[in-house]
Write a protein that binds this ligand. Structure first.
Ligand SMILES: [Mg+2]
Length: 240
């Protein structure tokens, strides 16, 4: 019997409304402008070059070890490489990350059916959220902004637990908090690699929310939906 429904956040419950190549430079620019206002003297070109060097190195590491260092880590590392000794724990670093986050939030919208579907499902299942994001404060702000917090019995953000999907640990944390077994849970997400694969690895069934054409599936979800509205009926079909 299904007792818990776990959700991904981005492009599952909330939608990113712009392409990354459009919003990312704007977010980075806001972060940069903030640093310049606070005494950092470097061109945007040089700053971007070092930032992406640092970010890409971190991405390479985290794709191997499934860790999720907070965004503050890359800001501090970038500043150090540019000759500014700011630690991860420094206020300026945290504030710079939030500048990035505030801009990013402008490109996030709530799925039209999310509230309705979550309200419905909450009457029947325990609900959880498992999201990868390096600025955990930004996730909390988005949940607050869209009134989503109240629906979830557990919220696991990768940057808070230093583990990202598809690592088994992040899924197990949510199961444990909800006090359910993997076989009693279903994961709802929009990516094969992070959501479907991650869930399957720990024995959680999955539903793929199809937000874009699927190129290839090396792991098959148990169900595919095109719209969150389909979930209440689709979840009824899971029998164990
Ligand atoms: Mg997603």
């Amino acid at each position: 019997m299904i007792k818990a429904v776990l959700f991904d956040l981005f492009n599952t419950i909330v939608l990113i409304t712009e392409k990354e190549e459009n919003y990312y430079p704007r977010c980075l620019r806001k972060l940069y402008d903030f640093l310049v206002e606070n005494g950092v003297e470097v061109s945007f070109e040089e700053f971007s070059r070092v930032y992406f060097e640092v970010r890409n190195k971190l991405y390479a590491e985290t794709s191997e070890n499934f860790e999720e260092p907070h965004f503050n880590v890359r800001v501090s590392l970038t500043l150090k490489k540019l000759g500014y000794e700011y630690e991860v724990s420094d206020r300026l670093v945290a504030e710079a990350s939030m500048e990035f986050a505030e801009e990013f939030m402008r490109y996030v919208a709530l799925d039209n059916n999310a509230i309705n579907v979550l309200s419905k499902l909450r009457r029947k299942y325990k609900l959880g959220l498992i999201t990868n994001f390096a600025i955990s404060e930004c996730v909390w702000k988005l949940l607050e902004k869209f009134g989503l917090k109240k629906f979830f019995d557990v919220i696991v953000i990768s940057a808070e637990v230093n583990r990202r999907k598809p690592s088994p640990e992040i899924f197990k944390k949510a199961l444990k908090a909800l006090n359910v077994n993997a076989s009693e849970a279903v994961f709802i997400g929009d990516t094969i690699g992070l959501d479907v694969k991650g869930a399957k690895n720990v024995g959680i069934k999955s539903v793929l929310v199809k937000r874009r054409p699927i190129k290839e599936m090396d792991v098959e979800p148990d169900r595919i939906v095109n719209n969150l509205k389909e979930l209440p009926v689709v979840l009824e079909e899971f029998k164990d």
